[in-house]
Design a protein around this ligand. Structure first.
Ligand code: C2E
Ligand code: MG
Ligand code: MG
Ligand code: MG
Length: 279
């Protein structure tokens, strides 16, 4: 009867919700502590030119080095950080760390041409975002033209003044990429009118290439769009030679993926001044 169902429902949902709230609180407290104690790390994944596999840049990817639980990936804590506002200080730390590293590489003569940093919706929407980026560049001395900021389609949708922010960033000389392209909803006319430099095809479309006909068609369409709009193109998550070959033949210029290199600490990328297959 209804009463029993109600009770069951109560018994089923309440502990689950309480558990989730608790987990969220635990993560939030942990994140605050991690910020104070500098328990975050930035790992760098090479971005390569698909025609000759030379490294043209790196994407900075944050990780949480938990003292007991080990290395925690961003998918497990960025959403909580975004909810509770900690994404702003964490994002600032990542940006500064990546720009410091980039400046250091330049000084050592390694010269990766670009460093890409992910920016979440809340960070991008913060009033002081452009100011933050400008001061980090000034303090680290990293050239604006070598910094690429990755935003998602949801930034364009959810932030009312996103166009002005993008224009302000472009005025500083920074490059803008749309990350996870194809998974959100962006109007094509918006893409045409915004000063975007790059589209990154989401990994979910690359995974089943070349045999999945739908993914092949979607990928072909996105690459075609990037050519029409004169945008650079990066494919994410390339793991096989067959995927690489398929994307290269369609005219996708750049790629990232385990086939080339996994994300790693800066210290692991250049050993004894020798690059591990990098320029
Ligand atoms: P993303 O920006 O799309 O980054 C690409 C993700 O794909 C990374 O996961 C990378 O490690 C993974 N990846 C790269 N190549 C391959 C491959 O060949 N196969 C597979 N299976 N995966 C591959 P990661 O590092 O776990 O990051 C996940 C997401 O977390 C990122 O997706 C990005 O949205 C977010 N994120 C990472 N760092 C930051 C940050 O500093 N700030 C913000 N706001 N978000 C970040
Ligand atoms: Mg990214
Ligand atoms: Mg992506
Ligand atoms: Mg992603």
């Amino acid at each position: 009867d209804a009463k029993a169902r109600g009770r069951n429902r109560y018994c089923f949902y309440a502990p689950d919700m309480a558990e989730r709230a608790l987990e969220r609180m635990t993560i939030e407290q942990g994140l605050r502590r991690a910020l104070e104690r500098q328990h975050f790390e930035v790992h760098y994944q090479p971005v390569v030119a698909l025609d000759d596999r030379r490294v043209i840049g790196f994407e900075a990817l944050v990780r949480w080095r938990h003292p007991e639980r080990g290395l925690i990936g961003p998918d497990r804590f960025i959403p909580v950080a975004e909810e509770c506002g900690l994404i702003e200080p964490i994002g600032r730390w990542v940006l500064r760390t990546a720009c410091e590293q980039g400046a250091k590489w330049l000084a050592e003569g390694h010269a990766p041409s670009q460093i890409a940093v992910n920016v979440s919706v809340r960070q991008f929407g913060a009033e002081d975002f452009v100011y933050t980026v400008r001061s980090v560049l000034a303090e680290t001395g990293f050239p604006a033209a070598q910094l690429e900021l990755e935003i998602t389609e949801s930034v364009l949708q959810e932030i009312e003044h996103s166009q002005h922010v993008i224009e302000a960033l472009k005025t500083l000389g920074i490059r803008i990429a749309i990350d996870d392209f194809g998974t959100g909803f962006s109007s094509l006319s918006l893409l045409k009118h915004l000063p975007i430099d790059r589209l990154k095809i989401d990994r979910s479309f690359v995974r089943d290439l070349p045999h999945d006909a739908n993914d092949a068609a979607i990928t072909r369409a996105i690459i075609g769009l990037s050519h029409t709009l004169e945008l650079e193109m990066t494919a994410e998550g390339i793991e096989t030679e067959a995927q690489l070959e398929f994307l290269r033949e369609l005219g996708c210029q750049c790629g990232q993926g385990y086939l080339f290199a996994r994300p790693a600490l800066a210290t692991a990328l250049f050993v004894d001044g020798q690059s591990k297959g990098l320029n």
